[in-house]
Design a protein. Structure first.
Lengths: 491, 95, 485
């Protein structure tokens, strides 16, 4: 395997293979109630406690669509720069399974609510555009639990009927890294929009991954395999790597690849065929006669458009233009909506005389380190943006040194204390009175005459020694710039 | 047109209804006579006709996003053939 | 009063309101007659004890402002009734007790009516003779071993046999009108979207409609007024201004234009039916209406279209009966084995046949040739009606191509059975309202019906025409009570 100019290729003998990847992402819509019923959608409830008669498909029960889920799908479509279809149709996808109470899933087949769109990925060697084929609304299934009983499977229908958005990409992705960037970008956009929480552990975001390979330079697509229901970025990357190599090996051995559905075994780190061919599915899609075509007006769409918040790409551009951040810094800050929010709050609280660079460095440095070590999200930060801004200002206006600031920051973590009070109480204010510092330095030079002479004779290394002594004597509070200035003058 | 036993077996599998040889033969006979009669539709040219899915000449009404159905687990599992307080229970699923 | 069960709904309501009869007396009378009529096999589930209790409770504090004050009523067993077993005539729902009420029945109880029990019907409403019911065939009160029609056969028999003053059925391809015609009763299939489908066991969602079945047009209008409502729980329910059908009922149909479609004069139709139709034409003329010859050119394609659309929807609607959540479950080695045995043992032959047809027409490679084709022809059929309704106010046709037939006569020939619905099916495909009224007898003395088809949401008009014709026809059902020993 080689990575030249970050191109992901698989090498065998004289052949170089390119990997073609398309993703079908299933994103759970953030809503209080389900797509076609009024039961709750909360994660982690007791089994079958969020199941209505509609969700359990009792005789005579009928679906009624949730307006908010429709809005969420359209908002997401807008976020994906996609065409919103004013008329869409719900179809039934028919198959039998224990956790599919109706015997069909209500989905959108021919006429989805959202058509073609695109997202931009920030890759190390530049931007990459990934096409979106479509986005449609559909019902989630329930959950089958196979390990509670040796003879039986248990079924929990809490998830049954929860709204999902299936976002289908074009086969534009070419490497596991691009897949990672794509998922992160989708998640970022949906979190900005508040349409999906993107929580992969809770299954709010999962994907079917379509993988095929072809000789580099070829225009034809190879036969693709679909890896079902992968629920972490890491597993997606591992699955792609395994599957692409498997396909290349088959081609190299002169075998043909079957178009099939495969499953990624996370324990063995391999994909395996899921369904035998004789059991090939025939979903018998047809328009759901219990539902009429979904029609939305221009006004309905425009109202949603008007209320779309600033999205990551625009925010990034603004951070660069307005705050003079580097593209790299801006990318880091906008990738997660909560980080961006925190940063913007810090900026606002810093007031007029603000040091943007300092704030960015402290957020991406000290703050991220603390959050990391404590396993916290930025939304749960122990230091509020307000106090964080005060701290940055204290450094900026010379009240404390960067070094002292680290001590102060440590103390702020416990109980989100105001750094000004900490500085006051602990007497950590930087000593910036030139007269006092001159006296202090005079004493040090006096106490270390020999070293002062050595320095004058050219042992310049000793300058650091004097700085150290001065800082020590001041209890670390002396203004380092002033110390430097005075020492240079006196020595 | 003719629906053969293989087709009957296939659709019985899709519809999850077990069919033995005798039943399959009877079904094939019935379905063939029904489809002979259905074939009449082929007399009509419909290339430029819009399909009609619903006669209700209105569009889908949207409901507000409100949780109204409370926890009715007892009601939900009450009618299930195999008793369990919390879950629906089915014979082991074999992939 | 010994003749309570002979009274029409309107008479009973009147007598209860005037306190000439109590709900208990009326309820008891219908229960007594029902008890003596077991041979008709109309009931799947009797709820008599509970009905009497409700009647007594009603009499203690009677609310006489209601439209159906303390009136007992049995309903087709396709309507889910809270705490009362609901089977849809199927083994697969043999033990199913809903915890909820259908909107239509809820509307009825809210107007003071009392549930007597659940009436027999073809399994999942799939049939034209009530012979597909898991609970056995129903006898037509007209004559022994005569089918009452289907699928609302139990409902038709119960009204004709005076076991219930009135009832409700469902009509997907003729299931109210054809049995009404076979039993000498009145049956209305309302416009699609008029009555909520919430809580009704679904057969074919785009065609199913609940409707009243009664002894006369006025009763029918009154019950339609009660059951029709806009229901946000049914996405296909339509919010239109509903009339007070019984109050606005009039026999003045002067100047109405009534279409006579030539395509309903089918090959092999008995002369008796043709004669009846001609009589009907004369009646409406006598009422001051005008008849106009019209053409509905795609009529003969309606039945083949129906036998694609209805089974397709049914194959999917009936997928929920899988032995997992409720109803019958057969023992199986594993999940799939359980499914296949449950559905093979739980569904009867006709239901299985239709599921197979439906699965086939939706399956890969056949969708366009069958299902899509049928959707297109359905459009043509609807266009036919739209076009003629620019010229006429209603259409008059026979309800069925023959009178009631003998039990077992057509069970081995599905196509000849299906042909029964030839005049009723186009109405469902176009979503229109239509009423069948008894209009005469054939040589055997069996009743024959005429069908009046209206414009969408124009129930009032066809009820008025039926009301006017009813007076002229002066039909008397020949019920001998042969089954009462």
């Amino acid at each position: 395997m080689s990575k030249k100019n970050s191109e992901y290729l698989i090498n065998r003998k004289d052949n170089q293979y390119e990997v073609i990847i398309g993703l079908e992402v299933h994103a759970q819509v953030l809503s209080e109630s389900k797509l076609f019923s009024t039961s709750a959608t909360k994660f982690g409830a007791e089994p079958n406690t969020q199941v209505s008669l509609v969700d359990a498909a009792f005789p005579g029960m009928l679906p009624v669509i949730n307006e908010f889920c429709v809005k969420q799908a359209i908002k997401t479509g807008i976020g994906l720069n996609a065409k919103i279809n004013k008329r869409s149709v719900f179809d039934r996808k028919n198959y039998f399974y224990a956790d599919l109470p109706q015997g069909y899933q209500i989905s959108q087949f021919k006429d989805p609510i959202v058509g073609e769109g695109k997202v931009i990925l920030d890759m190390p060697d530049g931007q990459k555009e990934v096409g979106i084929e479509r986005l449609h609304l559909e019902q989630d299934a329930g959950k089958s639990i196979h390990d509670l009983d040796p003879q039986n499977t248990f079924v929990d229908l809490n998830r049954s009927g929860v709204a999902l958005m299936e976002i289908v990409s074009k086969p534009d992705l070419r490497s596991p890294d691009e897949v990672s960037a794509y998922i992160k970008k989708l998640r970022s956009i949906m979190r900005y929009l508040g349409t999906c929480d993107g929580n992969m552990q809770e299954g709010s975001l999962r994907a079917d991954v379509n993988v095929s390979v072809r000789l580099k330079g070829s225009k034809e697509f190879g036969t693709r395999c679909e890896i079902k229901n992968v629920n972490s970025i890491k597993f997606m990357q591992m699955a792609i790597e395994y599957e692409a190599n498997r396909q290349v090996d088959m081609i190299e051995e002169g075998e043909s690849i079957d178009q099939e559905t495969r499953l990624f075994d996370t324990k063995k780190n391999e994909t395996r065929s899921m369904r035998s061919k004789e059991d090939a599915h025939d979903y018998r899609y047809f328009p759901d006669p219990d539902l009429l075509p979904l029609e939305v007006s221009d006004e309905f769409i425009n109202d949603l458009k008007k209320n779309i918040p600033e999205l990551p790409d625009d925010k990034k551009k603004r951070f660069i233009d307005e705050f003079k951040l580097s593209p790299y810094e801006a990318t880091i800050l906008v990738s997660d909506i909560d980080t961006a929010k925190y940063f913007e709050e810090v900026v606002a609280k810093m007031g007029k005389n603000k040091d943007m660079k300092l704030a960015v460095n402290w957020i991406t440095g000290e703050l991220f380190a603390v959050l990391n070590s404590k396993g916290l999200e930025i939304s749960q930060s122990p230091v509020s943006a307000k106090n964080f801004a005060i701290l940055i200002n204290l450094i900026k206006n010379g009240t404390i040194s960067g070094k002292i600031a680290k001590t102060v920051f440590e103390l702020m973590i416990d109980g989100d204390k105001d750094p000004q009070i900490i500085v006051e109480e602990k007497g950590l204010k930087q000593q910036s009175d030139p007269k006092a510092l001159e006296a202090l330095i005079d004493k040090i030079i006096n106490d270390n005459r020999e070293k002062a002479i050595e320095y004058k004779q050219g042992k310049e290394k000793l300058f650091g020694f004097f700085v150290g002594q001065a800082m020590k004597a001041s209890g670390g509070k002396a203004n380092p710039q002033l110390i430097n200035k005075i020492l240079k003058k006196k020595l | 047109m003719s629906i053969d036993l293989k087709t009957i077996k296939h659709i019985s599998k899709l519809s999850r209804i077990s069919v033995d040889e005798k039943k399959a033969e009877k079904l094939a006979g019935d379905l063939n006579s029904i489809f002979d009669f259905i074939e009449k539709l082929n007399e009509l040219k419909t290339d430029n006709v819009e399909p009609l899915t619903s006669v209700a000449e209105t569009t889908l009404k949207l409901r507000p996003d409100e949780v109204k159905s409370k926890n009715i687990r007892e009601q939900i599992v009450k009618n299930s053939p195999q008793d369990n307080e919390d879950y629906f229970v089915v014979p082991k699923v074999i992939e | 009063m010994s003749d309570i069960t002979k009274q029409s709904l309107s008479e009973l309501v009147e007598n209860i309101k005037n306190k000439k009869l109590s709900s208990t007396e009326v309820t008891k009378a219908f229960i007594d007659r029902s008890e003596k009529s077991k041979e008709l096999n109309t009931y799947i589930t009797e709820d008599f004890t509970s009905a009497l209790n409700k009647a007594k409770k009603f009499d203690q504090k009677p609310n006489l402002d209601l439209k159906l004050p303390g009136v007992p009523m049995a309903v087709k067993d396709l309507f889910c009734t809270k705490d009362v077993k609901t089977t849809a005539g199927s083994k697969i729902l043999n033990n199913f007790v809903p915890t909820y009420e259908s909107t239509v029945t809820d509307n009825i109880w809210k107007e003071g009516a009392i549930l007597l029990g659940k009436l027999n019907c073809d399994e999942f409403a799939m049939g034209s003779s009530n012979e597909t019911s898991f609970f056995g065939n129903v006898q037509n009160p007209i004559d022994k071993d005569l089918v009452p029609g289907g699928s609302s056969g139990g409902s038709a028999s119960a009204v004709a046999g005076q076991l219930t003053p009135i009832t409700i059925g469902t009509d997907t391809g003729g299931s109210i009108r054809q049995p009404a015609s076979f039993t000498g009763t009145v049956g209305l299939k309302p416009t699609y979207g008029s009555c909520s489908r919430y809580g009704i066991v679904a057969f074919a969602s785009s065609l199913d409609q609940a409707g009243p079945m009664a002894q006369n047009v006025k009763d029918c209008a009154l019950l339609q007024e009660v059951i029709s409502s806009y229901d946000p729980k049914d996405s296909t329910s339509i919010d239109f201004k509903r009339n007070q059908y019984s109050k606005e009922l009039t026999n003045n149909i002067k100047g109405k234009k009534i279409g006579i479609p030539k395509e309903y004069r089918v090959d092999g139709m008995p002369k008796e039916i043709e004669d009846l139709w001609q009589k009907g034409i004369q009646y409406v003329k006598d009422c001051g209406a005008e008849t106009i010859d019209i053409s509905l050119p795609h009529t003969s394609y309606a039945l083949p279209t129906y036998y694609i659309v209805a089974p397709a929807e049914a194959s999917s609607n009936l997928a929920r009966y899988d032995g997992v959540k409720y109803g019958f479950r057969a023992k199986g080695e594993n999940l799939i084995d359980m499914y296949e045995k449950t559905r093979s043992e739980g569904f009867g032959a006709e239901v299985q046949r239709r599921i197979m047809i439906g699965t086939y027409v939706l399956s890969s490679g056949y969708y366009d040739a069958y299902y899509l084709k049928a959707q297109k022809v359905r459009k043509l059929i609807k266009n036919d009606f739209d076009k003629v309704y620019k010229k006429v106010d209603a259409i008059l046709t026979p309800s069925t191509p023959s009178s009631a037939f003998k039990i077992g006569e057509k069970t081995n020939d599905p196509v000849s059975m299906y042909l029964n619905d030839i005049f009723t099916v186009p109405v469902n495909l176009a979503g229109l309202p239509a009423i069948s009224i008894p209009a005469g007898h054939d040589s055997k003395g069996y009743p024959l019906g005429l069908q009046i088809i209206g414009k969408a949401f124009d129930e009032q008009n066809i009820l008025n025409i039926a009301f006017a014709m009813e007076e002229k026809i002066n039909f008397k059902n020949k019920i001998t009570d042969w089954w009462i020993k």
